[in-house]
Ligand binder design. Structure first.
Ligand SMILES: [Mn+2]
Length: 466
């Protein structure tokens, strides 16, 4: 079925774009994840192509502390992307003279310079990401060339996690295909299809965990060679995209059978097969060629506190920024491996019956704790019957704790909404929070941790009808 954008929504986008195009001297403020960075790059690319003076600032989150970073640039026209809709009252009080919001998070109120799909009966968690919205703004002003970044952002926000992108994302995807910028394929959705040697690809697969293979390089090499697939082509290690069609089939089938043998539920296995999105203008065998790998490179830049490098790569820098980005990715992977090892060693707490929780006591940085919590599901370290809350120290304020919540689709289908739960409960303990149903975050007073856990336990129980 060909999807179409609701006409009222397109009208809203065009009217905001028109106002935007009349301004000059911009500051684009965006979020430090893949969606935020691609949204930022699309917006910056658009505004600069229109000849506007444009600067950007990437924030971990927009809150009472970080909004201060905009203080000395209050006279610019500020464009918030991937943030702002949930912080409207705070922005209004901040003294920022003129601002736009392009966001897919639940909004507080209507505002004439806001693009948010929630007002048009769309689901901001599934139907479109902030990068997709920025792309639509650009499209309405005649600029479609950054359409691939919109798809990277959507995949970065896991909007393809049910096997494919839908709704508005589908409309955007079709634009990319029509212009020869993107390609869709039904294939094995393992991470590293483009950039990792086959053995590495299987060794580091944690979603789902491959029994007997994940974490065991020698076993992976033997498994692949046992299928008659050569690991090398001359000197070079082969990646998944180097494989012949028949070899891909063989490998996919063998993995599928192995998971079945080990009793992995069929729906989990089926999630491994799905759409993959190729960025046709990017070089083969690089992270940038595959939407999922691109997103993960950007997330690494964000988490390692070098989001500007990620935005510059999105803006087309394949020199210095690209070189640094690859280094960051290596560092980031090491930090994640170390974090998972620590979580495994310490174990998660399960004394509250509706949640698991984990406190690294400062051992894992607040920037990566959420990723580690999410990976722990994939690696089977955390059972799937409850969400996990992971605690880390707040770097900027020693009296506060950062909480990252992660869940899975089964729990969400049963009624769980972590974003709502964290927003409501963190408020009671001197903090703030929010986010999506499946992944969200919050801050609370450190000394209220036990009461907060009790409240969250109760709240999650209510949501799940337990
Ligand atoms: Mn987003």
């Amino acid at each position: 079925m060909v999807e179409e954008l609701r006409p009222e929504f397109w009208k809203n986008i065009c009217s905001v774009s028109k106002k935007l195009a009349e301004e000059d001297d911009f500051l684009v403020v965006s979020h430090h994840d893949a969606d935020g960075m691609t949204a930022c790059a699309i917006m910056v690319g658009l505004l600069r192509s229109l000849g506007k003076k444009t600067d950007f600032l990437i924030l971990k989150q927009l809150d009472s502390t970080t909004i201060g970073k905009i203080k000395d640039r209050m006279d610019k026209t500020v464009v918030f992307s991937d943030m702002g809709s949930g912080q409207m009252s705070m922005i209004k009080e901040s003294g920022i003279k003129d601002f736009y919001i392009i966001d897919h998070h639940p909004p507080q109120e209507e505002y004439e310079k806001q693009v948010n799909p929630h007002f048009y009966a769309y689901n901001g968690g599934r139907d479109v990401s902030a990068s997709g919205l920025c792309y639509l703004v650009a499209k309405s002003l005649g600029n479609i060339k950054m359409v691939d970044l919109a798809i990277v952002g959507a995949v970065g926000d896991m909007q393809d996690s049910e096997g494919e992108l839908r709704s508005i994302n589908r409309v955007i995807l079709q634009d990319g295909i029509d212009h020869g910028i993107l390609k869709i394929k039904q294939d094995l959705r393992l991470f590293g299809r483009q950039s990792r040697p086959l053995t590495q690809m299987l060794t580091y697969t944690s979603d789902p965990m491959l029994p007997g293979l994940t974490g065991n390089e020698a076993a992976c090499a033997a498994f692949i060679e046992g299928l008659g697939i050569h690991l090398r082509e001359g000197e070079r290690w082969r990646t998944y995209v180097d494989l012949e069609f028949s070899e891909r089939n063989k490998l996919t089938t063998a993995i599928y059978m192995r998971l079945l043998d080990y009793g992995v539920p069929e729906y989990v296995i089926q999630d491994m097969i799905g759409e993959v999105y190729t960025l046709l203008r990017e070089e083969k065998r690089t992270e940038l060629r595959d939407a999922k790998e691109y997103a993960s490179l950007l997330n690494a830049c964000g988490r390692q506190e070098q989001p500007d490098i990620g935005v510059n790569v999105c803006l087309g820098d394949r020199g210095e920024s690209w070189r640094i980005a690859k280094e960051i990715l290596q560092m980031h992977r090491k930090a994640l491996r170390d974090g998972i090892t620590m979580l495994k060693a310490r174990g998660t707490q399960s004394d509250r019956k509706n949640i698991y929780y984990f406190d690294s006591d400062g051992g894992i940085g607040e920037n990566i704790i959420g990723v580690i919590a999410g990976m722990a599901y994939g690696a089977g370290i955390i059972p799937p019957d409850r969400p996990i809350l992971a605690f880390a120290d707040d770097k900027d304020n020693k009296d506060m704790l950062k909480i990252s919540g992660r869940a899975n689709w089964n729990l969400v289908r049963s009624g769980l909404h972590l974003g709502n739960a964290l927003r409501e409960e963190s408020r009671k303990y001197g903090g703030e929070g929010g986010g999506h149903d499946i992944a969200a975050g919050a801050r609370i007073r450190k000394k209220s941790k036990e009461e907060f856990l009790d409240s969250m336990n109760k709240k999650v129980g209510e949501q799940l009808g337990r």
